[in-house]
Design a binder for this molecule. Structure first.
Ligand code: GLC
Length: 750
């Protein structure tokens, strides 16, 4: 990859082509703030999976030859590019923002083969001890104060400095500790916050990727990939929020969800019959715990054949769904990509007949094992395969299914990983598993989203386990198979905040933990901490302790109900945040550093978060704890529960026995709420209740039918609420296109 001396450069339409001694490189000017750097090691015409359409915004860059390279002067940044495609980017005051590290890696001593064998004999993975140059590699300088945020669902903490991660979508049923380098998702985007500047990097390459944030050496960051082009977007901004806005401009934003999808969902792999589902649904209503869906895991299928129904245990197709729909339950079903290899099964027969499955290099259909035993893998990168899969959802929507949960789409396989050379496609182009693995789920999710949108006319809820950058346009995510561990409850906060700043606004964890056995205290603390998780679902594994709240004790049920009701109260606020997300890309759950980036107390704050800008939540996530040390950033804050006033930029100790999740609202806030219901649609939302805190405030509230796309034709309302220091509220309709509330009232219970 050493390009050598720069020989020449030429300006083409949208790019600058640099001719080096040993190859060439390209620089694309996407906008004043976004520049793409590319070494086309694999292909000259890379088409991004994540960045759809032409994102070019007119911008101005002037180039000038200097003795050892080229200087490029833009309106926001100055870029110098030298031999070996060494890039340096400065702001207009001359301050260096990002700089390539040109000295090469100082690769730590690789351990001996003998030691690897010993380690592996006891079951250790030796891969993290092995180091070598990657085929595609990029090194950037790290400064003493640099902090790294993003990368999606990775384990551990908010700040990734000195950690090492990989991008290879992986099904990890074992505990997700910070030693696990890759989970289910690959989002090669991160933000580097420096002492007095910030930038973003998006390495758009779908091959197995590697990120070392100064673990190997504190002077540099390493990006590596097994193949493909070196292809990264540099994103400039003054603030962290600017970087998120630009990144989501490139890769797309989470679309407006249906309102009910933001309510509570109950699930378990182990509801083995219609009666199990029925009992849980009745249990939710009897215990007065609001709930939108009791989800159907793989048990509902006939022999784990996707798009089928097991009539022996789950009664006649559609009957249960119909029955429960009268009580407000919306059917959500799981679908896996692995399609059972069985002649006579319609999906398999259609796939074979039309040549829709991935193949081995010898031309035979590739088979591995998943839930149904021998299974084939649809080649989702091809449009005709996606269209077939999309239409197959009619089997579900005809039954009444309203949302689909895509699982095992890394793709997971039980008989070892898919070999590198399994033949797949990206659109018409033939390629192999190495390039497609990390975008396999992305293409599957496009198929599901398109199918459900067309078949129902509603905003689809597609929940996916695996994804790549940009999948946020099509699917919500959950963090896969966590466990009922306090450390996994703690990780909920940095993990969902990291997903949020990486474009995934609609994300959640399995509340209570999927694997292992939960307990009453953990359940209570989990529902408290998860109450503002954008995707809000309790899920658990077969064989683990049941996790419906009433299976523990009355206290757990009461606390659980209190928080699910709280969620329903704040639904209009959460919905507003999704509306804003369309415009800014900013997530619902935000780390404090997003809005207080000059306050070093927020840089590594892993146990609290903001919901929007003005609601701060600091859950108790330690076993046995009944008090919480809460950091309040600058400003005046009001305790949500007691109304107590606190001046910020300090730590306080909050008494937080089981059932109390510390929450604070900033002075000068208006927050819209609803009365809690048992499910969205139980009764019309005629009354909007505004929670306010003292001080001048302005707030824009969005309202539409919460279901379909009529808002795109203007069927929505935008209210602008304002109040001065006299606390008198005034309302202005910025847009009026939908049935208005009958009543808007202020309730100052804060
Ligand atoms: C996987 C999923 C889990 C699901 C199970 C059975 O482990 O991550 O959520 O319940 O498969 O379908």
């Amino acid at each position: 990859m050493k390009l050598g001396a720069l020989k020449n450069f030429k300006e083409c339409k949208d790019k600058l082509e640099l001719i080096y001694e040993n190859g060439k490189a390209n620089i694309y000017f996407v906008s004043d703030e976004i520049v793409r750097f590319e070494i086309p090691c694999m292909t000259d015409d890379y088409v991004s999976v994540a960045v759809e359409g032409n994102k070019k915004i007119p911008c101005e860059y002037k180039t000038e030859k200097i003795s050892d390279g080229v200087n490029i002067s833009g309106t926001k940044t100055d870029i110098s590019v030298r031999d070996d495609f060494a890039v340096e980017i400065r702001d207009k005051s001359g301050k260096v923002i990002m700089k390539d590290y040109s000295k090469g890696r100082i690769i730590p001593q690789t351990i001996s083969e003998k030691s690897v064998k010993l380690l592996e004999a006891e079951g250790h993975s030796a891969s993290s001890y092995l180091h070598s140059d990657y085929k595609v590699q990029d090194l950037k300088c790290i400064d003493k104060d640099d902090l790294f945020y993003g990368l999606g669902d990775k384990t551990g903490y908010l700040n990734k400095r000195e950690y090492y991660f990989e991008n290879w979508n992986s099904d990890i049923p074992l505990a997700h500790t910070e030693a696990v380098p890759a989970l289910y998702k690959s989002i090669p985007f991160f933000i580097c916050k420096k002492k007095d500047s910030v930038y973003g990097l998006f390495y758009d390459n779908t091959y197995h990727g590697y990120f070392d944030f100064g673990k190997e050496n504190s002077s540099y960051f390493v990006y590596g990939a097994d193949d493909g082009n070196l292809n990264y977007y540099f994103i400039y901004g003054e603030k962290i929020t600017d970087i998120i806005e630009k990144y989501t401009y490139l890769t797309g934003r989470t679309p407006m969800p249906q309102l009910w999808t933001l309510g509570y969902h109950q699930c378990r792999w182990g509801y083995e019959s219609a009666n199990d589902i029925r009992e849980v649904a009745h249990g939710m209503r009897e215990n007065r715990i609001p709930c939108e869906s009791v989800q159907y895991d793989i048990d509902y299928m006939d022999n784990f054949k996707v798009f089928t129904w097991d009539e022996e245990f789950y009664e006649k197709k559609g009957k249960l769904m119909e029955e429960l729909s009268h009580d407000g339950f919306k059917p959500v079903v799981i679908i896996d990509p692995g399609t059972k290899k069985e002649e006579g099964y319609f999906m398999y027969d259609q796939g074979i007949k039309n040549d829709y499955f991935a193949k081995s290099p010898d031309g035979s259909v590739y088979v591995n094992k998943v839930w149904p035993g021998d299974a084939t893998f649809p080649d989702f990168g091809r449009k005709e395969v996606r269209d077939w899969w999309a239409e197959s959802h009619k089997n579900l929507t005809d039954m009444g299914v309203m949302a689909v949960w895509n699982d095992m789409n890394e793709p997971a396989s039980f008989e070892g990983p898919l070999p590198d050379d399994v033949v797949f496609h990206i659109e018409e182009r033939e390629t192999d598993h190495r390039e497609v693995h990390n975008v396999y789920a992305h293409f599957m999710d496009i198929a599901t989203f398109t199918g459900m949108k067309k078949l129902t006319g509603r905003r689809p809820l597609v929940i996916t386990r695996a994804c790549y950058a940009g999948t946020q346009k099509y699917a919500a995510v959950w963090t896969g198979d966590n466990q009922s561990l306090w450390s996994h409850l703690q990780m909920l906060i940095p993990q969902l905040c990291s997903l949020g700043i990486s474009g995934y606004a609609l994300a959640g964890t399995d509340i209570g933990g999927f694997g292992a056995n939960s307990n009453s205290e953990l359940m209570c603390r989990w529902i408290e901490a998860a109450v503002f998780s954008p995707f809000f679902r309790n899920h658990s594994a077969k064989g683990s302790r049941a996790q419906e709240p009433w299976k523990f004790n009355d206290e757990t049920t009461d606390i659980y109900r209190k928080y699910v009701e709280l969620r329903y109260k704040f639904l209009p606020y959460i919905y507003d945040l999704f509306y804003q997300c369309q415009k800014t890309g900013l997530p619902i759950m935000r780390p404090l550093v997003l809005h207080y980036e000059d306050d070093e107390n927020t840089f590594n704050l892993n146990d609290e978060f903001l919901v929007g800008e003005n609601l701060l939540v600091s859950p108790v996530v330690m076993q046995g704890a009944t008090r919480k040390m809460v950091y309040l950033p600058e400003g005046t804050w009001y305790d949500y529960w007691t109304g107590e006033k606190h001046e910020g930029k300090c730590y306080i100790i909050k008494n937080a026995p089981l059932g109390v999740c510390p929450m604070y609202i900033k002075a000068g806030s208006i927050i819209p709420t609803y009365e809690s219901v048992q499910y969205v649609g139980e009764k019309p939302y005629d009354k909007l209740i505004l929670l306010t805190t003292p001080g001048a405030a302005e707030y824009v509230h969005y309202q539409d039918n919460g279901v379909d796309y009529k808002y795109e034709d203007g069927e929505y309302n935008l209210y602008k609420f304002s109040k001065g220091s006299d606390e008198k509220l005034s309302t202005e309709m910025i847009h009026e296109g939908y049935k208005k509330y009958k009543e808007v009232v202020i309730e100052n219970d804060v």
